[in-house]
Design a protein around this ligand. Structure first.
Ligand SMILES: Nc1ncnc2c1ncn2[C@@H]1O[C@H](COP(=O)(O)OP(=O)(O)OP(=O)(O)O)[C@@H](O)[C@H]1O
Ligand SMILES: [Mg+2]
Length: 157
């Protein structure tokens, strides 16, 4: 499926990254998938903390699930599932985590290092790349795949 729409936004401070996540979190609905790209320390987890706030989950729970692969946070408007594929070797390992039970399920699924495993992303998804532009500055480039993600992108950033 071709990318149908994309948008970029400058993030001049960590708070801007958190706020962007919060705006996205307010819009997320069951079954939504957000794939995050960006180098180590780019700001993916900070963005997810904002998403948690937007969903109504206490953002203090949010840690990069590098070892656990998937963390699930309750207490918000809907469940927030947060995955980090950095340490995974391949598809078999990903299946074993139960990840695919969460794709399209009743929560929103947000995934760091999603590009590590080919096949980890559903056809319909929002992708956000966080790029480092300076010590305290970043740029987010969001790309929508499918009608639902397009609608999300139209409402944010
Ligand atoms: N504009 C900014 N947006 C986001 N983070 C920023 C910004 N400026 C500085 N930072 C800092 O960059 C770091 C981002 O860390 P974070 O854990 O979110 O990265 P990550 O992309 O999840 O890394 P990893 O791949 O290791 O999981 C934080 O220490 C944060 O304070
Ligand atoms: Mg992280």
């Amino acid at each position: 499926m071709a990318a149908v729409r994309s948008a970029s936004v400058d993030l001049p401070a960590p708070e801007a990254t958190f706020d962007l996540g919060e705006r996205l979190g307010r819009l997320l609905a069951p079954g939504d998938f957000v794939g995050l790209h960006g180098d180590l320390g780019a700001g993916k987890t900070l963005l997810v903390r904002g998403v948690a706030r937007g969903i109504g989950v206490a953002e203090g729970q949010v840690q990069s699930p590098t070892f656990t692969i998937v963390n699930s946070y309750a207490g918000g408007r809907l469940p927030l599932h947060h995955a980090d594929l950095y340490r995974l070797e391949g598809m078999d390992e990903l299946y074993a985590t139960g990840y695919f039970d969460l794709v399209g399920a009743s929560g929103a699924l947000v995934v760091e290092w999603v590009e590590r495993i080919a096949g980890a992303m559903p056809d319909e998804r929002l992708e956000i790349a966080v790029e480092r532009t300076g010590d305290l500055t970043r740029r987010a480039v969001a790309t929508a795949f499918g009608a639902r993600a397009e609608a999300l992108l139209a409402a944010f950033p």
